[in-house]
Design a binder for this molecule. Sequence first.
Ligand SMILES: Nc1ncnc2c1ncn2[C@@H]1O[C@H](COP(=O)(O)OP(=O)(O)O)[C@@H](O)[C@H]1O
Ligand SMILES: [Mg+2]
Length: 337
Amino acid sequence: MTDAVVAQGLTKYYGSGDRAVRALDGLDLRVEEGTVVGLLGPNGAGKTTTIKVLTTLLVPDAGSAHVLGQDVLAHPAAVRRTIGVSGQYAAVDEYLTGFENLDMVGRLYHLGARAARERARELLEQFDLADAADRQVKGYSGGMRRRLDLAGALVARPPVLFLDEPTTGLDPRSRLGMWGVITDLVRGGTTLLLTTQYLEEADQLADRIAVIDHGKVIAEGTADDLKDRLGGERVEVVVTHDDDLGRAREVLSGVGVGEAVVDARSRRLTVPVTGGAGVLVEVVRRLDDAAIAVSDLALRRPTLDDVFLTLTGHAPAEDDEADADAHDPATSRTEAR
Ligand SMILES: Nc1ncnc2c1ncn2[C@@H]1O[C@H](COP(=O)(O)OP(=O)(O)O)[C@@H](O)[C@H]1O
Ligand SMILES: [Mg+2]
């Protein structure tokens, strides 16, 4: 497999002197051709800065980046011909219709008048915007704008696509719609780097996840790799009768690699284990021997939330007061919702 996107040691400061902000701190990243990488991190982690460098919009202070073998710094124009970008805030013209927006993009790409029109219609259809095609974007919902913006990034059929927080600010239904659109896209072989603050989003869409914090990749792998890195699955048991809690705790502590934790209110016991599903069988056998009735029993792998907490010592998106967009009141207002 070849790498479609490679970033090495990217470093970027905003401002200078004492007040300089280090947005990127030696960031390394690879996206194999035809795969989806999710750059996952809280607000202010450096996601947008990374996207801007990779899409030639921002020059880093140090490090290098290549897209499809082209040097982003030495040959920005060549790189731009191979990429599509959809930024964190939809960049569509409010006063044009959906059709006119896409048609204009096609003309800017010199597709020719007829091909531009056809491509616009095709994309509007694909993104479920055909009915709204001839309405001004002013009246579009947030989800429709995002879809139109994404469509705009696809007009020239770029082999490599960058999406910066494609679903931030969308309601759950529009988010699901966006996920569907993105899934269809990558099935067609598009290489995609997307950023997100949502663990489920990375889990859902990405082949590999790079966790970013303070301008650095702090962990990288498949969602399963990352979950494994935490080690330790947990067995969770809910007992049927309150008075069994004490004995169940003894039983579970005997099977697990640590003490069982009891949540009396929900009658739930949790114990860290090793040995995968086999250990479940052992748990069931011992509970049965002790005649303890159980209403629920599960082997739970750590969630990506657990992963993030373990890796960074803080939960994702907990950094809201250190708002990444504090320098731009207009955008931090949108983000606050
Ligand atoms: N134009 C700018 N001027 C000053 N600081 C900035 C600017 N853009 C971003 N930053 C800072 O750089 C860091 C990374 O920001 P950003 O790349 O936007 O993070 P993310 O997209 O992950 O939220 C943050 O601390 C942010 O406040
Ligand atoms: Mg951002």
